[in-house]
Write a protein that binds this ligand. Structure first.
Ligand code: SAM
Length: 253
């Protein structure tokens, strides 16, 4: 809120400068740390700089950004600082700390299209979708999070969700889908991993294509590997375990 007032009327470049963020010019966005001024401490928190880059390249000021799984509110906070309107939802209701995030559970048994909230804000210009990755951190989110689903149900959920996002979009709406390759690499040498058990960026792309989205960019925004301690890294090397730090932002129309 403070940043939104201090930066009122300023263009995007001035805002980046004031916030002390350099602009990444290429399709590799490395950020070592989350900017603690934005969002709450939350499982799967992403850096505000990552959201700011999506906003800079794929939206303009005053655009409506839809953030259907908002988590700690990084997207909502960054939109405020960058002069975008944000509509955030999450299954976790925190009226005291995060009143701007509307409580909503994307439940496979409900008919999402009939919700009164749909249409009340207009169609979004950009959707920033940062779902929990399959299985990862399942224990850290509330029960009924999609990270609890089986691989098959997780992929079915995404298919239905992408179709739904298409329905509430305008022709020019962009979707920024933040995801990561998921492989069951822990305690398993790379050449012993079972094919067909993971979910890779190409699997997401298949579903996105099938649901009417056209891919325009794949941006690499890897997780920092600095968080792994030397002992863990050395054990992985000895066992020929190939870990995952990949993270991608897929941009679709
Ligand atoms: C990866 S986190 C988002 C993190 C956020 N971008 C941040 O930086 O703080 C994903 C969020 O999706 C929410 N979520 C998972 N399943 C959901 C569902 N079925 N309906 C609504 N929200 C859900 C979780 O509560 C979690 O906060």
């Amino acid at each position: 809120m403070v940043w939104s007032q201090a930066l009122q009327g300023k263009d995007d470049l001035t805002r980046f400068k004031a916030l002390n963020w350099g602009i990444r010019t290429w399709d590799l966005w490395n950020f070592n740390d989350c900017d603690k001024r934005f969002g709450d401490d939350w499982p799967g928190r992403i850096p505000a700089q990552l959201i700011a880059h999506i906003l800079y390249f794929f939206s303009k000021q005053d655009d409506l950004i839809f953030d259907p799984m908002a988590g700690g509110g990084v997207c909502a906070d960054t939109c405020l600082a960058m002069g975008r309107r944000c509509w955030s939802l999450d299954m976790d209701d925190r009226p005291d700390t995060r009143p701007e995030i509307e409580p909503y559970h994307w439940d496979l048994d409900n008919k999402w299209e009939d919700l009164p909230i749909m249409g009340s804000k207009g169609k979004p210009d950009l959707i920033i979708f940062d779902p929990p990755y399959f299985d990862k951190k399942a224990g850290e989110y509330s029960k009924q999070s999609i990270s609890e689903l089986s691989r098959k149900d997780y992929l079915s959920f995404l298919e239905r969700f992408f179709r739904f996002l298409k329905k509430i979009s305008k022709k020019k709406t962009r979707l920024a889908f933040i995801n990561s390759d998921w492989r069951d690499f822990q305690n398993c040498p790379a050449d012993k991993e079972e094919p067909g058990q993971g979910i890779l960026v190409v699997d997401y792309h298949e579903i996105l294509k099938k649901t009417g989205w056209t891919l325009t960019h794949i941006i690499q925004a890897p997780l920092s590997s600095e968080r792994f301690n030397a002992g863990v890294v050395s054990a992985m090397q000895k066992k020929k375990i190939l870990g995952v730090v990949s993270r991608y932002v897929m941009i679709l129309r």
